[in-house]
Ligand binder design. Structure first.
Ligand SMILES: Cc1cc2nc3c(=O)[nH]c(=O)nc-3n(C[C@H](O)[C@H](O)[C@H](O)COP(=O)(O)OP(=O)(O)OC[C@H]3O[C@@H](n4cnc5c(N)ncnc54)[C@H](O)[C@@H]3O)c2cc1C
Length: 434
């Protein structure tokens, strides 16, 4: 498991190579009355892919990807990591937009939603699922598409791993070219000035333009004045297509308004973009994250975030402020179970450490950071960013009652005994009390 804080031991790990293996593992678990969990990349921060004493269906041996270049469709096994899909598709100048860390599992990320560097331009990863092969709770293997079991397809687009084990994803692909990465590092009073400029720019930027700000402690090697090293610094990242003149102009305008800092600019391939943060979060450390959507970032919220960043007990942690909307908000809400398409910003406070004694302090800090933004909280949540000790039964609040009710109906049809508990557990309508 990626998060070293997860200390659960399954009774059995079923290392599956095919849908038939998955089916056999499910039938075995049911016969033995054992809980089931499903592991793809093992990256869920809350460790939902392992249960104590249960059967872990481990898909990590199922990582093939086939690309139909003419149809612009990839068929990816349910155990793929994002990098497997990126490597296979970019060879043909195509990609499926996904998360920012290439060792994350496609399974968990796509089923829960899937934000990433290109989501404002193209939408979420789950918006690109056009079909799937799924092993259901009774061990049967079914297909889903717009015409076959379409209610299941709807639920797989954002409803999490609550409905069955996806052994193959069919993903729509996008042509992708080179991308520009512009960066800025700001210190001292310039942090607040830069964050305000970032916030103001979000009012007009094009969908092609993606912005993220990360507040963190200064590190050795940061080119900042020594007297500012004990105050938080801000990393700004702006990403856009190298051939998009509108975005380039918007980037120039934004960085012209920015205060003095250390600026950088490079042109990257999509694969380089997708792997550029891989070194930042090594396996096995103890991680804790608390996230929340916010509706706006007034100066007061910015000041509180900077104040929280100064108190982060983790030297390697950060508070990430990501601007969303774009195509995420423009996708047809009816086509998927993904709930919070109109949330403007996602704020994630996270830390990592090695000593278990740090756990309480780190958790307390991250929760406190997000709770200082309560006045600007956007309702609902993102299933893929749940924290280790969040109540897994909080699905209704995460999805909102209309989507949640529809999910419970799909759950009743495909998993009436509630065998699969996703990162946010959806209970079957009028069904199992498990
Ligand atoms: C370093 C890091 C970076 C991240 N970056 C992003 C990001 O940029 N964007 C973003 O949106 N999220 C991001 N996340 C969050 C990520 O989307 C979730 O943690 C997600 O659950 C990880 O998926 P996984 O397959 O690796 O997880 P796992 O722990 O393997 O699985 C999590 C859950 O997903 C379900 N599941 C997984 N595969 C299947 C399958 N094939 N069939 C059925 N159910 C399945 C199961 O319910 C399982 O409990 C990041 C997480 C980390 C740790």
């Amino acid at each position: 498991m990626w998060n070293g804080m997860i200390d659960r031991k399954p009774a059995l790990i079923a290392r599956c190579r095919s849908a038939a293996d998955v089916s056999a593992a499910i039938r075995y678990a049911r016969g033995a009355e054992l809980d089931v969990s499903v592991r793809c990349g093992g990256h869920n921060v809350a460790g939902t892919s392992v249960t104590d004493g249960g059967v872990m269906i481990d898909l990590s041996l199922m990582r093939s990807v086939n690309v139909d270049v003419d149809a612009r469709v990839a068929e990816a096994d349910g155990g793929c990591l994002l990098r497997d899909v990126d490597i296979a598709t970019t060879e043909h100048g195509l990609c499926c937009p996904a998360g920012v860390f290439s060792y994350t599992g496609l399974g968990g990320l796509a089923l829960g939603g899937g934000y990433g560097w290109r989501c404002r331009k193209w939408g979420l990863t789950c918006d690109h699922i056009i079909g799937a092969e799924v092993v259901l709770a009774d061990g049967t293997i079914v297909q889903t598409s717009e015409t076959e079991n379409p209610d299941l397809l709807w639920a797989l687009r954002g409803g999490g791993g609550n409905f069955g084990v996806v052994t193959k994803f069919r993903l729509a692909l996008r042509p992708v070219g080179r991308l520009v990465l512009r960066t800025g590092l700001y210190a001292g009073d310039n942090v607040a000035i830069a964050l305000r400029a970032y916030r103001d720019a979000t009012a007009t930027i094009s969908d092609d333009f993606h912005l993220l700000g990360g507040l963190r402690h200064a590190r050795p090697g940061d080119e900042i004045p020594e007297e500012l090293a004990d105050r938080p610094v801000l990393d700004m990242l702006a990403i856009y297509s190298a051939d998009d003149e509108t975005s380039a102009q918007q980037a120039r305008e934004l960085f012209d308004r920015m205060p003095e800092g250390v600026a950088g600019e490079s042109v990257l391939s999509y694969l380089e973009l997708q792997t550029m943060t891989d070194e930042s979060s090594p396996d096995g450390r103890r991680y804790y994250t608390k996230s929340g959507y916010v509706t706006e970032l007034p100066d007061e919220a910015i000041d509180r975030l900077i104040d929280s960043a100064a108190k982060n007990p983790s030297r390697t942690g950060s508070i990430d402020i990501e601007f969303l909307l774009g195509q995420v908000s423009r996708a047809d809400g009816e086509s998927s179970a993904f709930p919070q398409r109109h949330a403007p910003f996602m704020v994630s406070a996270y830390g990592s450490w090695d000593a278990p004694e740090m756990d309480d302090t780190g958790k307390y800090w991250a929760r406190g950071c997000i709770s200082t933004l309560q006045e600007w909280e956007h309702p609902g949540g993102y299933v893929n960013y749940i924290s280790l000790d969040d109540d897994p039964a909080g699905a209704e609040a995460t999805y909102g009652s209309a989507i949640y009710t529809r999910l419970t109906e799909v759950k009743r049809r495909y998993d009436p005994d509630n065998l699969f508990r996703g990162t946010r557990a959806v209970r079957p309508a009028d069904g199992s009390s498990r």
